[in-house]
Design a binder for this molecule. Structure first.
Ligand code: GLY
Length: 365
């Protein structure tokens, strides 16, 4: 079995990420060896929990550890305080205390809910991430962002709280809906386009193996994303500076996602947002010529959208841009590419350029 281990170096909050085909069966032995907790609540949604919950339970049991499966309804609508309260009450009723821990088995929603619950239950208990969507495997399970949505906006309540370990099994990607896989690829491409030009080229060279879900290629790809994420988080755990580069594509992306009532896949919105950011960069003189074309080309290779769908008016998107969480003192912040693999954060993008890009009026060289 190809297995990769990456260390996230955050002093006493450091942890390993283990990646490979069949890693689910290793969760029990690894937790036993690391002495993380006495008993575990596996928190999952009613779809993923049904598919993989028993396998984790069996792995815990075979290692002499106790586990219980707690399910919530799948979907972003569950990512609110009521779900956290409901799960916390179940933990309390079952006598979970500070010597026990949580296992987040699922996609980004599950990791965010479970991590936040772990951060606040009895003022903090250990948790581990077992991400099952590509997006969670390459991004949200690493780095300690946890939280839930409010009716007023996404991720408005939360905490930075690091997991004790992350276990990534490439085999679970075979049960992912194709749209979910491709959405995750937008975040993968974000690492290449934003931080690592060599990886960007590698993604172009290996697109057939990746789209065919070749396990060893997927493991190599996920490892590179996790290495890049770990190195950014190690420099800036709480997003005071450099971590903001991971928001490449997310300014326009979040606005498009919100305008769709969160029906548009997050990764699809980020893909559109990366192209918009590159166009803004070229117009504003930040970005080398040819970058829009290169990013658009790679996104299209992975069947991802690159233009604003016709149902969204530029006015609507502008409205959502104004409420973005990344705004500071009322100024819009954009992450713009300088070249493939290098970005810059700026609050100096001019409104007229945003209008041109949102109305589809920018045509690259
Ligand atoms: N998803 C971006 C970050 O974790 O900072």
């Amino acid at each position: 079995m190809d297995r990769h281990t990456i260390h996230v170096g955050l002093g006493e909050r450091s942890y390993p990420i283990t990646i490979g085909q069949g890693i689910l069966a290793q969760v029990g032995p690894a937790l036993k060896a690391a002495h993380v907790a006495n008993r575990y609540a596996i928190i999952s949604d009613d779809q993923v929990g049904t598919l993989y919950g028993e396998e984790i339970l069996a792995s815990l049991e075979e290692s002499g550890l106790r586990g219980e499966l707690l399910l919530f309804a799948h979907g972003e609508a569950s990512k609110h305080l009521d779900t956290v309260g409901h799960l916390a009450r179940q933990l309390a009723q079952r006598g979970f205390d500070r010597s026990d821990g949580l296992i987040a088995l699922g996609g980004g929603v599950c990791g965010d809910i479970t991590g936040f619950l772990a951060a606040i239950y009895m003022r903090g208990i250990p948790f581990v991430q077992v991400p099952t969507s590509l997006l969670a495997q390459v991004d949200s399970s690493v780095g300690g962002k946890t939280g839930v949505d409010l009716p007023e906006g996404k991720n408005l309540i939360g905490a930075f709280y690091q997991p004790r370990a992350v276990f990534i099994d490439t085999k679970v990607l075979s049960t992912l809906a194709p749209e979910e896989f491709l959405g995750g690829m937008a975040e993968v491409i974000k690492y290449g386009a934003g931080i690592d030009a060599e990886f960007f080229q590698w993604l172009a060279d290996h697109h057939r193996a990746i789209l065919n879900l070749t396990s060893s290629t997927l493991a190599t790809m996920i490892r590179r994303c996790c290495e890049l994420k770990a190195s950014v988080v190690e420099q800036d755990e709480r997003e005071g500076g450099v971590r903001r580069i991971l928001n490449f594509g997310h300014t326009v992306g979040h606005a498009v996602e919100a305008a769709s009532g969160y029906r548009l896949n997050h990764g699809f919105a980020v893909a559109i947002g990366m192209v918009a950011a590159a166009q803004l960069g070229e117009r504003g003189g930040y970005t080398d010529p040819g970058v829009v074309k290169a990013i658009t080309g790679l996104l299209q290779l992975y069947e991802l959208p690159t233009v604003l769908p016709a149902e969204f008016t530029p006015d609507t998107i502008r409205g959502y841009l104004r409420t973005d969480k990344k705004n500071v003192a009322g100024r819009l912040h954009f992450v713009l590419p300088v070249a493939v693999g290098k970005v810059v954060v700026t609050d100096r993008v001019i409104e007229a350029d945003i209008d041109v890009v949102l109305t589809g009026g920018y045509h690259e060289n």
